[in-house]
Design a protein around this ligand. Structure first.
Ligand code: FAD
Length: 455
């Protein structure tokens, strides 16, 4: 990238906030997929005006711009495969206003999700979306991926809480979408279009989120099953009852063992399938719902147990949240897909994934948000072993065929990005892909914003 551009970027964001050295470029080269590509320059803007100025310059010079949150994405969204400018939001990390009267919060994109949750909970309010990565991912990344997580089952995903945005178009023009009120239907819903657009339509600079009252009480329970299909059937039975738990997480035996070892927890015994369940509401209501669930699943479970206290519940969540990373103890690499099937078919999907693994001689480890049918399928592999990696790629394609055949979708929350782009047409028709491309073109006619992603 020529010196004049670097000079101009330093003029916009300040010399300290523009990095071209190898170490900085390497630090912003990857995401949690472990895919890597170096940006030419990293810019850390401090304001919306700076973001707009960077985009005006990039647009004039036709430079790729890749927005970046914490780089915890699982589809390669913030990996700058075409180089150019990585726009990173660590300096735009303010909680601008928690408005308790109107139950909204206005934030900058670089706020870490867990920090936001804690801040609103201190005021008796609740921001429910709860990705496993909440300790480090940013709300800007959550908006771009329409992140889900543990509590999506009862409360919905990021999209259900974003009521308005400020964003900068690739041209550098600033837009305000949505409303700051409980209702609003003026024009097409640009907010919903930008949420989940994976940083390809606009750069989000401010987010207004709706909040709900913080539940008074939570009951956490676990259930161990002899096999994963039994756990899958229990999920369907719970969801067919009148109770909606706020979390209904599944781990197969490999995921459970790896997560327990990683988080230093001792398991009571062997289990083929494990559920981590939470109910919430008033103390009486949370307990009543937990009792209903226990009654449904106890006859088929090896053990059902209610966590005795908050530290026991916290240890269980530590295990669950560490599962994704813990799987690297099984194999050096994994292809992690976040498939979704109708909840009544979770047990069929689990059997099918295991069968695909057996056919290809690979371990397929499953865990995830089973209550909404969102199973993370991890095909364990080794990128350095060409044969094993090519088998893993074939297995992934079969996993997608299976979920689509069961009436599901190839991505519930991680997005298409780089890793799922080759499979987009397995789910969408040519007409639908063409329409998406025309939307992209309307926002970004020169194709400078996060190029190479989705399509
Ligand atoms: C251990 C672990 C557990 C996880 N658990 C979950 C889970 O339960 N649920 C879930 O949904 N995901 C989960 N994820 C995936 C990941 O954390 C989410 O996709 C998250 O939303 C990414 O946020 P980020 O800040 O890291 O964004 P990044 O990875 O940096 O970026 C993600 C995308 O957002 C775009 N982007 C970032 N900021 C902006 C902005 N300001 N404007 C426009 N585009 C922007 C980027 O260009 C990129 O396309 C998990 C990941 C890990 C590693």
């Amino acid at each position: 990238m020529d010196d004049n551009i670097i000079k101009a970027l330093k003029g916009i964001a300040g010399a300290d906030n523009v990095s071209t050295d190898d170490a900085s470029r390497a630090a912003y080269a990857y995401d949690a997929t472990r895919l890597k590509a170096l940006p030419d320059v990293v810019v850390r803007p401090g304001s919306e005006a700076e973001v707009a100025a960077v985009l005006r310059l990039a647009s004039a010079r036709r430079l790729p711009v890749v927005p970046r949150g914490a780089g915890s994405g699982l589809s390669g969204g913030s990996v700058p495969t075409r180089g150019g400018i990585t726009l990173s939001f660590e300096r735009m990390a303010d909680i601008i206003n928690i408005d308790t009267a109107n139950r909204i919060v206005v934030v900058q994109p670089g706020v870490v999700t867990g920090v936001l949750q804690k801040a609103v909970e201190d005021k008796g309010l609740f921001y429910p979306p709860d990705p496993g990565s909440l300790a480090f991912c940013t709300i800007g990344g959550n908006v771009a991926e329409n992140a889900g997580g543990m509590r999506a089952l009862k409360y919905g995903v990021t999209r259900d809480y974003v009521i308005g945005l400020r964003a900068v178009l690739p041209s550098g023009e600033v837009i305000k979408t949505g409303v700051r009120t409980a209702k609003g239907v003026v024009g097409y819903d640009l907010t919903r279009l930008i949420v989940g657009s994976e940083g390809t339509l606009a750069v989000v600079t401010e987010i207004t989120l709706r909040l709900v009252p913080k539940p008074l009480s939570v009951v956490t329970m676990t259930a161990y099953f002899a096999d994963q299909e039994g756990a899958g059937r229990a999920v369907a039975s719970i969801m067919a009852s009148p109770v909606t738990p706020r979390c209904l997480e599944f781990l197969d035996t490999e995921a459970l063992k790896a997560g327990a070892a990683h988080s230093g927890m001792t398991l009571p015994g062997d289990a083929g399938g494990f559920l981590l369940i939470e109910t919430d509401g008033s103390p009486e209501e949370a307990r009543r719902q937990a009792d209903v669930i226990r009654g449904i699943i106890e006859p088929d479970a090896i053990e059902v147990r209610v966590a005795a206290d908050a530290p026991e519940a916290a240890a269980l969540w530590k295990l669950r949240r560490s599962t994704s990373q813990a799987l690297f103890s099984i194999a050096p690499d994994k292809i992690n897909e976040d498939t979704v099937v109708p909840v009544s078919r979770v047990h069929e999907a689990l059997s099918g994934f295991a069968e695909i693994g057996r056919r290809h001689g690979l371990k397929v480890v499953c865990f995830g948000h089973a209550g909404d049918g969102n199973i993370h399928v991890n095909v364990m592999t080794d990128r350095k072993d060409n044969v094993r990696f090519s088998e893993a790629e074939k297995a992934v394609e079969e996993v997608f065929q299976l979920v689509l055949g069961l009436g599901g979708t190839i991505s519930g929350e991680h997005g298409i990005g780089l890793t799922k782009a080759p499979y987009l047409r397995m789910e969408l028709s040519d007409v639908e892909v063409d329409l998406l491309k025309r939307v992209k073109h309307a926002f970004d006619p020169d194709g400078i914003l996060n190029p190479g992603k989705i399509f």
